[in-house]
Design a binder for this molecule. Structure first.
Ligand code: CA
Length: 611
């Protein structure tokens, strides 16, 4: 925050009845020149600030409109940055009688580069408090309510942005190309403040994670390594400790009744039979007892949130945003948000968290959805929860008409519901779900099948931190149990799983399994961009191909618990006819594809086809 220059001339006679005036904050704290949208709306907060006259000292910046609202402690200023404005700062002057407050507002140079992530990437999701403590001196900053306690699974453990930076080479070495951190904005709450989803300041990194400058440094360090940064944002709610909750600008800024809870039914937004009451509960009910529901129908809040995204894209040089709880805010606002981001950054990737069980619902929220009628979310990507549920259960089940491998087959068979399902983010688990290794009963063979599928199916694969070292955890024991500390992230840890030497034999096997497929994946357009061709599962084997016009990959999954399968290649002639042999990408072994392919029990085979 810029220093305030306050010039107050005091006269004994005039101050007796004068109202106290101060300026506490202006948000966004700075802006940029050369933006396509020339107008920015500043939220100004301070005691009685609306009683002042406001002016702007610049011939390249125009104060278009001053909005006074219900609460005299707020002003909203529409500021136009003219096309020929240069980077630099100008004064915004607030005056009332003899009180004059000058605030230096900075306009920075815009970064011009291509952004976005795609199915060519492999995303790694990590919870910053639980990954590595790179800076123990920020564990208990002054003024932060919850103190560090590593013995409490739901407490603050001290991991931070510096810890992530320290281990970027480890992450890159695993084959990762993009990083999604759970939210790092300030969560100054007395409990459960480690997860980041109850924001108390939309413009400030939580001091336990680091500073805004640290977050930008993380972005720079990623870009140096040709990796990408995806920021986690939440527009549905904030924390009841958010600074504005004590003094709301307007009564309708937030829905303030904590007893009015969401029904968590995203279905009601797409459902043509839904009652208004159910839809209202979904969009206006509180997500949690400590998370007030924000009212994005308030145009000032809507602008505030959209500008907040743009601010972080520019400030931290982001490649993508993962929007939490996508179906919970008003859908037309979410659409306006995505559209305005894309107007400014056409190649930026917006991913919406759509935690819904059925493909029709997730497809409804996807961009240019063929099934959402007049509604367009303008999202690039959604989280493919239906495919998650299928991959969670498939390898534990016996194959049947709809069970086992068929459950995966049937989800993919519904891809006509999407404009392009290859943009869906796919995953085996995340920070809200049982660890995948736990879901498959700690069976390494099943884990490998899941990983092989994740890295070769259509979509943008996402890996949750610790999967590579066989981390376990049951969601029902509490979220802290699925967000455990990465071993070696703390100085006194007995095991350092960031090194090969710190791995067990099994951990090394899985680490290398992921790395081998991920590194190979980067070189193969068929598997990242190609079409999917699949064959109905038969005799416990599911066979699919990823292919472009001149490249193809064949994947076989044998779900039988005890028997190998000998698969007749004739059935796949429509694609195999163009290829003469194949190579097992994990072993480099040449595979004859002319007659039959043998696949071991409970295993996956990834074959790169050759002409
Ligand atoms: Ca720390």
């Amino acid at each position: 925050m810029k220093k305030l220059i306050i010039i107050t001339l005091l006269f004994a006679t005039s101050t007796v009845f004068a109202q106290k005036i101060n300026l506490e904050r202006i948000e966004p704290p700075n802006w940029w020149v050369d933006m396509k949208n020339k107008t920015v709306q500043l939220l100004v907060y301070g005691e009685n600030i609306s009683l002042t006259d406001v002016s702007v000292v610049s011939d390249k910046v125009k104060l278009q409109k001053i909005h006074k609202v219900e609460n005299p402690n707020y002003l909203f200023l529409d500021v136009e940055v003219l096309p020929d404005a240069k980077a630099g700062s100008f004064d915004i002057v607030f005056s009332k009688g003899l009180t004059i407050i000058k605030h230096k507002y900075e306009l920075k140079e815009k970064t011009d580069r291509s952004r976005g992530f795609s199915s060519a990437d492999l995303i790694y999701l990590l919870m910053p408090d639980r990954f590595a403590n790179g800076n123990p001196s920020n564990d208990n900053p002054q003024g932060i309510l919850e103190k560090t306690n590593r013995n409490n699974p739901d407490g603050i453990h001290g991991g931070d942005i510096q810890g992530v930076i320290n281990h970027l080479d480890y992450i890159k070495n695993l084959g990762i190309t993009a990083l999604w951190l759970n939210p790092t904005l300030e969560n100054n709450n007395s409990a459960y403040s480690y997860h980041g989803y109850a924001i108390t300041n939309f413009y400030k990194t939580d001091l336990r994670s680091g500073t805004n400058e640290d977050y930008k440094r993380l972005s720079d360090e990623l870009h140096k390594r040709e990796m990408k940064l995806i920021m986690d944002m939440i527009f549905n709610h904030c924390s009841s400790n958010h600074w504005w909750m004590k003094d709301l600008p307007m009564k309708d800024w937030a829905n303030t009744n904590p007893d009015y809870r969401s029904n968590f039914r995203g279905s009601t937004i797409a459902d043509i039979h839904a009652s208004k009451d159910d839809q209202k509960r979904m969009t206006q009910g509180w997500f949690d007892s400590r998370m007030p529901d924000l009212n994005q129908h308030n145009p000032y809040l809507a602008t505030y949130l959209i500008q907040n995204s743009i601010w972080w894209i520019e400030y931290a040089d982001l490649d993508g945003i993962r929007m939490d709880t996508q179906p919970y805010p008003f859908k037309n606002f979410m659409s306006a948000w995505a559209k305005q981001i894309h107007d400014e950054y056409p190649d930026f990737t917006l991913l919406g968290e759509t935690w819904l069980q059925k493909p029709a619902f997730t497809a409804y929220f996807s961009g240019n959805s063929p099934i959402s009628g007049n509604y367009n979310s303008y999202l690039n990507s959604i989280t493919d929860f239906p495919l998650y549920y299928a991959t969670r259960d498939a390898f534990n089940q016996n194959d049947g008409w709809t069970d086992g491998l068929s459950s995966i087959y049937y989800i993919l068979a519904q891809d006509f519901l999407y404009e392009n399902a290859n943009n869906n983010v796919i995953f085996l688990d995340n920070h809200d779900l049982n660890r995948y290794f736990t879901s498959v009963g700690e069976d390494v063979n099943k884990l490998k099948m899941g990983l092989a599928f994740l890295l070769t199916s259509r979509g943008i694969p996402m890996l949750y931190y610790g999967t590579e070292i066989l981390t376990t955890g049951h969601e029902h024991k509490g979220h802290g149990h699925i967000r455990t500390d990465f071993p070696g992230g703390w100085k006194d840890d007995k095991i350092n799983a960031f090194t090969k030497e710190g791995h067990t034999k099994e951990q090394n096997e899985i680490f290398n399994y992921i790395k081998t497929i991920a590194d190979w994946r980067k070189t193969n357009k068929a598997v990242t961009e190609g079409k999917l061709l699949h064959f109905v599962p038969e005799n416990n084997v599911y066979v699919y191909f990823r292919h472009t016009d001149n490249e193809a990959v064949m994947v076989l999954l044998n779900n039988h618990n005890s028997q190998k399968r000998i698969v007749d290649c004739k059935r796949f002639n429509e694609i195999l006819k163009d290829y003469s042999k194949g190579k097992n990408i994990l072993t480099d072994e040449i595979i004859d594809i002319s007659k039959t392919i043998t696949i071991n029990k409970k295993s996956a085979l990834i074959i790169e086809l050759e002409k």
